[in-house]
Ligand binder design. Structure first.
Ligand SMILES: C[S@@+](CC[C@H](N)C(=O)[O-])C[C@H]1O[C@@H](n2cnc3c(N)ncnc32)[C@H](O)[C@@H]1O
Length: 490
């Protein structure tokens, strides 16, 4: 197979499975194709390709894909993600799943270790598991892998780093191999399934209504477009309060308009942003509430204005189902705000994550979420939130202010100064910019500029809204800020 033929072959595989072979695979794939050509009685590469496209080569496709796919996997792969399931996802599901039913999809499960690991963790975490209806479905395109998964016995390689205690408790031995015990196996089923789906297509109805989808180390081998179609499918297949777990290198694939990343102890998981079916949407969904506050007027972040979260909470909606959803969600924002003011940033962050997962947040809610992230030291998330604010309203000075804080943290003082000035360009009375500029100039030995900035800040502080000051300054009162200005100016 020459390089041109290889390029043709890459396209055929992509079309069939979504897998994007790359140039480093050339030698391996070339050898494989030569071998498959001979076995299937084809005389040339082109004859073989024609055969694959003939519609009567399903068995050959199976053999070929088995050899192409990378099926590396093992039990309890990635401790941080296993802990996220155990300590974050399950406690929440246990609390709200009144029907005591949990459905999990291990998509691209390979030989099944991931699906059985999930079953074991569920057993560890759910004390009354016998009264729950659990089903874990493992799927893979590779028939041989699914056969191994169904058989459920594994060699040493699948148990890298698994504690003896777990092995004793959850596995039995057979012919020097280990397999999950009956009470684990009972909840797990395996199916052959090619999860490549087209644009605007969803998964079939038997792949719907999942509480959790694990799809780790699969999409990384896919063409971006195919990965993105699959992620849209996952969004649709997950229940409203569901969770998606991706491999670490796949994080960037989860588009922010489909999933909200939630930071658990030491990893990220994703909650779907469910889009209401269009027939259930009100004519004008009252989600952001913003236009109701100031109809027709571009709402500027003026200093003597409160952030108005409260006002928004009382905005009335005429469409019942949305009101109830909105009310539940808006209470998250209220609680998050109160936790934020009490410096309980972790809990505040969780509330906002929940809110963002189920609502189309407006700029003010995104602003609150970004300030919480900053206080948690999660500047990456703050940046992603501030970009969302910018997308909604590029003229909002607050977003430039947050950019400034992020640059300050990265010690990019010049960029921070530019961002604070950009906020002033949009609102020449933007107190918070003068306040931070005063500090930055002081830090960079521009004493005269610093004094001037603080002086201007002092002239503006009287007009500030108390709550807004506390929000944007991370809890300081007007009096605190006034004292700081005077002290640094001395
Ligand atoms: C590296 S394994 C990942 C196994 C497991 N999820 C883990 O993280 O340990 C990737 C799996 O994705 C499967 N796969 C690749 N393309 C697929 C497709 N289009 N549909 C379903 N599974 C696919 C492969 O067969 C392989 O078993």
């Amino acid at each position: 197979m020459n390089k041109l033929e290889y390029a043709e072959f890459i396209e055929i595989i992509k079309k069939k499975s979504g897998i994007n072979l790359v140039s480093i695979d050339y030698t391996r794939i070339s050898r494989l194709v030569n071998e498959r050509e001979k076995i299937s009685g084809c005389k040339s590469f082109h004859e073989y390709i024609k055969y694959l496209g003939s519609g009567s080569a399903e068995n050959e496709w199976e053999e070929l894909l088995q050899k192409i796919t990378i099926s590396e996997t093992y039990f309890f792969r990635d401790t941080s993600q296993c802990n996220a399931l155990k300590d974050y996802i399950l406690p929440r599901l246990i609390k709200f799943k009144k029907d005591k039913k949990i459905r999990v999809w291990s998509a691209g499960c390979s030989t099944g270790e991931e699906a059985y690991t999930i079953a074991i963790i569920l057993n560890q975490r759910i004390s009354d598991i016998k009264s729950w209806d659990i089903r874990i479905t493992g799927t893979d395109i590779n028939r041989k892998s699914i056969e191994t998964a169904r058989n459920g016995f594994y060699g040493k390689n699948s148990f890298r780093g698994v504690d003896d205690e777990i092995i004793d408790r959850y596995f039995i031995k057979k012919d020097r191999r280990l397999g999950p015990k009956g009470f684990i196996k009972r909840d797990v089923q395996f199916e052959i399934f090619n999860m490549k789906i087209g644009e605007k297509k969803f998964f079939p109805s038997n792949y719907m209504n999942f509480d959790i989808i694990f799809c780790r180390n699969v999409l990384v081998y896919f063409e971006k477009k195919d990965a993105s179609n699959i992620l849209k499918g996952f969004n649709n297949s997950l229940l409203h309060k569901g969770y998606l777990v991706l491999g670490h290198s796949e994080a960037s694939l989860a588009a922010r308009d489909l999933f909200t990343p939630v930071r658990t102890k030491d990893t990220f998981i994703y909650v779907p942003i469910k889009i209401m079916p269009s027939d259930k949407r009100p004519n004008k969904p009252e989600i952001s509430g913003r236009s109701k506050l100031k109809p027709g007027i571009k709402q500027k972040s003026v200093n003597n204005k409160s952030i108005n979260l409260d006002k928004r909470i009382h905005v009335k909606n005429t469409v019942e189902p949305v009101i109830s959803l909105r009310n539940v969600n808006i209470s998250y924002v209220k609680e998050a705000l109160s936790l934020y003011f009490n410096e309980k940033y972790m809990q505040a962050g969780e509330k906002m994550d929940n809110f963002l997962a189920y609502s189309n947040a407006g700029t003010e809610e995104l602003l609150l979420a970004s300030l919480i992230s900053i206080n948690l030291g999660d500047f990456g998330k703050a940046l992603s939130l501030v970009r969302q604010i910018r997308q909604k309203d590029e003229f909002l000075p607050d977003s430039h202010f947050i950019y400034g804080l992020i640059h300050e943290n990265g010690k990019n003082y010049e960029k921070a100064i530019r961002a604070y000035k950009a906020a002033l360009f949009l609102d020449s009375d933007y107190f918070f910019s003068y306040f931070r500029l005063g500090h930055l100039y002081h830090k960079t030995n521009r004493k005269i500029d610093s004094a001037r900035a603080f002086r201007t800040a002092l002239t503006l502080i009287g007009r500030q809204d108390d709550e807004r000051v506390r929000l944007l300054s991370g809890g300081f009162t007007k009096k605190n800020l006034e004292d700081i200005c005077r002290k640094v100016m001395k």
